[in-house]
Design a protein around this ligand. Structure first.
Ligand code: PEP
Ligand code: MG
Length: 590
């Protein structure tokens, strides 16, 4: 029986939406218990009908939520999530698979549970974190159907009654959207990662959230006092008076800094010694453009086009791609949009592209290797990108380049397509900039050679760290070795920036490292001209950028390059930033 939580029970999850939440728990979890049983042949028809009715009711529920949500401007941009759920309700595998189970004499909820497990297994095999997280959409739809079938009823957190911190196993986007924001002081969930919908929504609603706690729902009960720090992922149950006071102070100072961020919105991203560093947004789905505009990012430094290919039985055709790209480009007021060609391969994708099974997919036929092999697919995408270059300012970027021959091959194909468009009288930007992701050790080692071939580099630190340190970026067992400040990574960044600057081409960073304000001074000192990040990170990075100088950044780089472990590097950087900007960094570092 859970009736007591020890004072100051200190837990750590994944902080996905910054801010401090202090209050009491509202436990909203009540998952349906599924009873799998065999039915008689005579019951089959009734079960099929019951399943069909559940599908219909689920659709009506979602339509109703859509209607409510569309009246709320701050949530309108997330309506696509509900559309995704409606699409899942029509999914062939979900519907026919369950019906097949029922025909094999399993009751409706049992048959559905089996299909959901199969779908989950498919998602679990996906390497890419963002795509893998989309499994949560299937889970949310599955839970909605199971609630109907088992009679548990629709779960809603719209009426939690009092101001509290919502604790749940997982929150579906529909539930998150229905809630009364004025009552929610924060979210804590067992499941989820940085790119789960709860995380994305919490960020855009500006509510602190910690996810991936694994067992929080079994540790707390209603009204347990709790504090959370959505930046560090710290959750403290039953805080002592001392902890409570400390977090109250942190909350006040965090909120003061947040209000202060607004003041930076319209200020240029320049250092105190007048060096301009462009701060751009990373984009996965078209509706994220709203975030790019909201946070005043200077265009899009990385558009991950693979999300356009997701969930279709056929790859998107040229027209559809052109329309999507153009729509995005037109929305950013003439600022550059860097469209990255398909970065997919191995098990980084579902069944749509018929990819072969590979023993070592991260090093297999992915990204540019896949595009160069799938000539038709590649040419279609390049045609669409070139055509979209008349809609605003577009740059093309190729992922995972590991040799000069690859970029030469890309350029040859691109020039053939330009010739084709010329012959057909179709307009495009003849001076379109071409760039490559620097994310393999090979690319770093030959950066001076690659710099002769392209207009810009963009450093993909997510993969660069994985390949340089031989640490699978998605494997929690080796996560402790995944160190952005490893001396090898700092040297790799330095070599890349030097090669770009010597050749007079731009060098951007678009991996997660770019959005961490703690690293901003080092990155500027390394000579990066642009940083592209989750748009919500732009204001914080800009605030730091405007208070540091490139010269001090260079001195800091010289200092950390002499150190031999990432621990030493991180201590020096934290100290430097804390001394330089105590109001910002004293609070966030542990
Ligand atoms: C990277 O590898 O850092 C990157 C930005 O690309 P992705 O995360 O899409 O692989
Ligand atoms: Mg990458």
């Amino acid at each position: 029986m859970k009736n007591k939580v020890a004072e100051d029970t200190y837990l750590v999850g994944i902080g996905v939406s910054p801010g401090i939440g202090i209050g009491e728990v509202s436990l909203v979890d009540q998952r349906p218990l599924v009873d799998q049983s065999l039915i008689d042949i005579g019951e089959i028809e009734g079960e099929l009908l019951r399943f069909q009715q559940a599908l219909d009711l689920a659709k009506r529920q979602l339509q109703k939520i859509k209607q409510t949500v569309s009246d709320q401007p701050h949530l309108r941009e997330h309506l696509y999530i509900l559309d995704t759920h409606l699409l899942i309700l029509d999914d062939e595998m979900l519907v026919s698979g369950t019906e097949k189970g029922i025909l094999e004499r399993i009751n409706a909820e049992g048959a559905l549970t089996q299909v959901l497990e199969q779908l989950r297994a498919l998602f679990d095999n996906i390497d890419d974190e963002y795509l893998r997280e989309r499994r949560s959409d299937v889970d949310a739809v599955g839970e909605r159907l199971l609630r109907i079938l088992t009679g548990v009823g629709e779960r809603t957190i719209g009426n939690i009654g009092r101001k509290s911190l919502v604790v749940a196993h997982e929150l579906s986007p529909a539930e998150t959207m229905q809630m009364d924001r004025s009552k929610v002081l924060g979210f804590i969930t067992d499941k989820g990662g940085r790119t789960s919908h709860t995380a994305i929504l919490a960020r855009s609603l500006n509510i602190p959230a910690v996810v991936g706690m694994e067992t929080i729902t079994s540790m707390v009960f209603d009204r347990v006092p709790v504090v959370i720090d959505g930046t560090t992922g710290v959750v403290i149950l039953n805080p002592s008076a001392k902890t409570f006071k400390e977090y109250l102070e942190r909350k006040q100072s965090y909120e003061f800094l947040e209000r202060d961020l607004e003041n930076y919105r319209n200020l240029p991203p320049v250092t105190t010694d007048q060096v301009r560093v462009s701060l751009r947004g990373n984009l996965e789905i078209a509706s994220d453009v709203e975030q790019v505009k909201k946070h005043a990012a200077e265009g899009i430094g990385l558009y991950r086009t693979e999300f356009l290919y997701l969930g279709r039985s056929e790859p998107p055709d040229e027209e559809l791609q052109y329309q999507s790209y153009c729509e995005i480009v037109q929305q950013v007021d003439g600022k550059p949009v860097t469209i990255r060609t398909l970065d997919i391969g191995g098990d980084k994708f579902g069944p749509e592209l018929n990819l072969a099974d590979e023993a070592n997919p991260a090093m297999g036929l992915r990204a540019i290797r896949f595009s160069l092999q799938e000539d038709r697919l590649f040419r279609t995408q390049l045609r669409a990108i070139l055509r979209a270059s008349t809609c605003g300012k577009v740059q093309i970027m190729f992922p995972m380049i590991s040799g000069v021959a690859e970029i030469k091959a890309c350029k040859r194909i691109l020039s053939e397509i330009k010739g084709e468009l010329d012959r057909e009288g179709i307009a495009y930007d003849h001076d379109i900039a071409i760039g490559i992701m620097i994310e393999t050790p090979a690319a770093v080692m030959i950066a001076p050679l690659l710099a002769q071939e392209v207009d810009f580099f963009s450093i993909g630190t997510n993969d660069l760290i994985q390949y340089f340190l031989a640490v699978d970026r998605g494997n929690e067992h080796v996560a402790y070795l995944y160190e952005p400040l490893h001396p090898a990574i700092l040297r790799a960044l330095k070599a890349t920036c030097d090669a770009a600057n010597n050749a007079g081409i731009n060098v951007c960073m678009c991996g997660e490292m770019a959005g961490e304000p703690l690293y901003t001074q080092v990155l500027v000192g390394l000579g990066l001209n642009a940083l592209s990040m989750n748009p919500a990170c732009v204001p914080r990075v800009k605030r730091v950028l405007r208070q540091i100088s490139k010269r001090d950044g260079e001195l800091l780089v010289d200092k950390v390059l002499k150190l031999s472990t990432s621990k030493e590097v991180s201590i020096v950087i934290e100290q430097e930033m804390r001394n330089r900007l105590p109001d910002i960094f004293a609070q966030t570092l542990i």
